[in-house]
Design a protein around this ligand. Structure first.
Ligand code: SF4
Ligand code: SF4
Length: 338
């Protein structure tokens, strides 16, 4: 393990040394590229220096695309022959916060620890990614990571803190120590947010009778089924499969998986055209209960990490946080009523 304080100049030369072997992906602010005029886009992208990294603002998009690309080719087929597409990403370092590292544990549970099947496409990417922790000095407005138990982590290869005159760095991965050969030794430990701005209790026992509650009807009226809450969520992993045929042949093509969203029309459609979640409120119920109840029943931990991104991006101001509050009230009332 190495703990260091480095100057901006030393950081620049370390970045060069790191980037010889690793692609470095981190939060960035793209000025003027936001959804509305004169706004910025806070997103993930490859960076070419520590100076490009946005350490202090929360990104609208999560880092999940690095492990789960929006569109991924799985294999090519020609008549009955199948040729797997082995798409390897370069070894990568990703800068992310504790909630997003915990979100990766959720996606690991989906793709790597799901009974005996491991998703090889996810695993190939996951094996080539190292995680660098960034800390949150204060909780952001819509975050509730402490309430979700996702505010802390020890699972990182490195930790970087930006300070006025350089960076403080802790490297725990021996493979990376050589790249951090300059600087002054200094004890460096990440600090974690200990209290949410708006704490919330996650109901431990949500009865199936909640499925029929009228609260879901409100979402049928308000939600426009855009799916933005899913695409910004670091733990949403649903995808659909498409076979794309070659323009020149009906017998050849490739199979792809493409992000999907449980909030959009036809997500739950089955053979025979049977759709068992037509009202948008039913889709909201599915999403919320999967995040705070159903996944936990299988894995022992919640799927939602309380990053608040779904609340930040919803154009209809629908809030996961407020929905959990409503569920809390209903659950508490039911207990009191006996
Ligand atoms: S459901 Fe919302 S708050 Fe929870 S992890 Fe997903 S985006 Fe973050
Ligand atoms: S972002 Fe809001 S409006 Fe869009 S699908 Fe999600 S809850 Fe509905």
């Amino acid at each position: 393990m190495k703990m260091l304080k480095i100057t901006q100049e030393e950081a620049d030369s370390m970045f060069v040394s790191l980037s010889q072997k690793y692609r470095i992906i981190a939060p960035v602010e793209k000025i003027g590229e936001g959804r509305f005029s004169n706004t910025s886009l806070l997103t993930y992208d490859e960076v070419k220096s520590f100076g490009e990294i946005e350490f202090f603002k929360k990104t609208y998009f999560s880092p999940k695309e690095i492990l789960n690309p929006i569109r991924q080719s799985l294999f090519e087929f020609k008549r009955k022959d199948i040729r797997e597409i082995c798409e390897l990403i370069p070894p990568s370092i990703v800068f992310l916060r504790a909630c997003d590292i915990n979100a990766i544990h959720v996606t690991d549970a989906h793709f790597l620890n799901n009974e005996k099947f491991k998703d090889i496409y996810y695993k190939r990417r996951r094996d080539r990614v190292k995680l660098f922790l960034m800390e949150c000095k204060e909780p952001f407005e819509s975050c509730f990571c402490v309430s979700m138990g996702a505010n802390k982590t020890e699972d990182y290869s490195g930790f970087v803190r930006k300070v006025d005159d350089g960076y403080e760095i802790k490297v725990t991965d021996s493979e990376l120590e050589n790249a951090f050969s300059e600087g002054t030794p200094k004890d460096v430990e990440p600090a974690f947010v200990e209290k949410d701005k708006n704490p919330i209790t996650i109901p431990g026992d949500i009865e199936p009778s909640l499925f029929e509650n009228d609260i879901w009807k409100e979402y049928s009226k308000r939600c426009n089924a855009c799916g933005r809450c899913n695409t910004s969520c670091p733990t949403c992993t649903c995808f659909t499969i498409q076979d794309i045929f070659s323009e020149n042949s009906n017998n050849a093509g490739e199979r792809r998986r493409i992000w999907s969203s449980c909030q959009v029309k036809n997500f739950a459609i089955l053979a025979g055209n049977h759709d068992f979640r037509i009202p948008k409120g039913d889709r909201m119920r599915y999403k919320v209960l999967h995040k705070i109840r159903d996944f936990r029943k299988i894995t022992g931990f919640n799927m939602c990490v309380g990053c608040g991104r779904c609340d930040d991006v919803c154009p209809e101001y629908i809030s996961m946080f407020k929905c959990i509050e409503k569920i809390n009230k209903i659950t508490a009332k039911k207990k009191n009523d006996g």
